[in-house]
Write a protein that binds this ligand. Structure first.
Ligand code: SAJ
Length: 421
């Protein structure tokens, strides 16, 4: 059961994790202050609207705001607990922890005795302890667990999020969670918080193991996808249908191969393994290679598209290429680190074809595509297939399931997702 001591919780960072966490807490009767640096995001949420696409999030947010349990602001306010869920991007071989530092600095002035601070952002091992040191230097009047051990004024823990975009509201509640306190008392305090809404197991550990656990989960998936992507390239060379091969191999009771694709996108799996490589470069050989294999896949797909365009040009036509999907994975509106977008932008840059782009989750062409000539967005998928010489399946959005294989009979088809294979 939830502990009544936590009546007000401040969630810093209202993105893909922070906003759903804030509304789930609000739906359990907690008074939630959601904090974001973007005034636009804050205003939107206070109107009961959302700035991201995630099933049911709009309705739950509207309700939380309407009943007065969720309010957004640009600065943290006094609360019993603070959850920090801000981005930790990776630039030039280094984790950028400036958002975590800025969030901690913004929380420091409103911290008081008895508060709890939980970091949820994906972070290299050691980040939470550094955050504690930063808070200690900003608030010398409070004792923190780095110096005081169990009997401190403010408790600090790390608790990584593990939700899958598209299933966030379900997984936030149902997934097991790893909780790493700087001290065992810190873990116990964080457990009180997650027990408010989490029906999964709450697994206590130390802070560094919790930080590494998040990185390990995503690296495990990255290595698995790299295996599938490498198989797809091997199978092309050996003229074997990789999709059939994987389906058959997966009938073995202890084999479960993932699916090849155009590359690995998103802000997690394509990024987090580098945090491990940065922390232990010489020891992370497999993890680094998996990243390299996955990062090389868009170029491999581009090679196939180039061959198809060259062949069409050889018979005199400037071909029309239809790119199906731009998001980083099916049925989401997220284009961050998307291999599909990377591929479409590269093809547009060649200026050797007319590029038709279908993306049901975008209102306008995203990224550099908006500025490219000979690129147009199509809403009528069937019409575009009729026009196109080359069809490239990049993202298997559910709506593309309606495309009949017979409509593709006289097209060159490059199917990176195995939809028609
Ligand atoms: N992909 C493939 N083949 C597959 C599976 C995925 O090519 O068989 C590609 C997708 O198309 C996409 C990328 O990998 O481009 C990542 O997609 P994903 O669905 O595997 O993962 P994310 O990034 O949406 O969410 C992951 C999840 N982590 C794990 O499954 C270990 C999620 O639970 C995490 O919470 C999330 O990262 C995160 O926030 O870290």
């Amino acid at each position: 059961m939830s502990d009544v001591k936590l009546k007000t919780i401040c969630v810093v960072g209202l993105g893909y994790i922070g906003l759903p966490t804030a509304v789930v807490l609000a739906s359990r009767g907690i008074s939630v202050i959601g904090v974001d640096v973007s005034e636009e995001v804050v205003a939107k949420i206070n109107r009961g609207q959302v700035h991201i696409v995630e099933p049911d999030l709009d309705a739950v947010t509207a309700r939380a705001v309407q009943v007065g349990k969720l309010r957004a602001a640009t600065k943290p306010e006094y609360a019993d607990a603070f959850i920090i869920a801000v981005p930790t991007p990776f630039h030039d071989g280094k984790a950028d922890l400036s958002y975590v530092e800025a969030a901690a600095a913004s929380v420091a002035p409103v911290l008081k005795r008895g508060d709890l601070v939980v970091l949820e952002s994906t972070s290299p091992p050691g980040t939470t302890e550094r955050m504690a040191t930063q808070l200690a230097s900003l608030r010398p009047d409070l004792s923190l667990p780095t110096s005081q051990g169990g009997d401190c004024d403010v408790h600090i823990s790390y608790c990584p999020e593990r939700v899958l975009p598209g299933r966030v509201l379900v997984e936030l509640v149902e997934n097991d969670r790893v909780i790493g306190g700087i001290t065992p008392k810190c873990s116990a305090r964080a457990e009180e918080l997650y027990r408010i809404f989490c029906t999964g197991k709450l697994l206590r550990t130390n802070v560094r193991t919790a930080e590494m656990c998040k990185l390990t989960e995503n690296s495990f998936r990255d290595v698995g996808i790299a295996f599938a992507n490498e198989l797809s390239v091997i199978c092309d060379r050996l003229e074997i249908n990789v999709w059939e091969l994987i389906r058959l191999a997966n009938h073995h009771p202890r084999v479960n191969i993932l699916q090849p694709g155009p590359g690995v996108g998103g802000h997690c799996i394509a990024v987090d393994p580098w945090f491990i490589v940065e922390a232990a470069p010489r020891e992370s050989r497999l993890i680094r290679t998996a990243r390299e294999v996955n990062d090389a896949k868009p170029s491999y797909v581009l090679g196939k598209i180039k061959i198809a365009i060259d062949a069409a040009q050889a018979v005199g036509a400037r071909p029309k290429v239809l790119a199906l999907g731009l998001a980083f994975k099916p049925d989401v509106d997220d284009f961050r680190e998307s291999p599909a977008l990377e591929i479409a932008e590269e093809v547009a840059g060649w200026n050797t074809c007319n590029l038709l782009v279908s993306e049901p989750f975008a209102e306008a062409l995203p990224g550099k595509l908006a500025k490219c000539e000979h690129v147009s967005m199509v809403a009528d998928i069937q019409g575009a297939i009729g026009e196109a010489h080359i069809v490239v399946m990049l993202v298997n959005h559910r709506v593309y399931g309606e495309i009949a294989q017979s409509d593709l009979s006289n097209k060159v088809v490059i199917d990176t997702r195995g939809v028609w294979s």
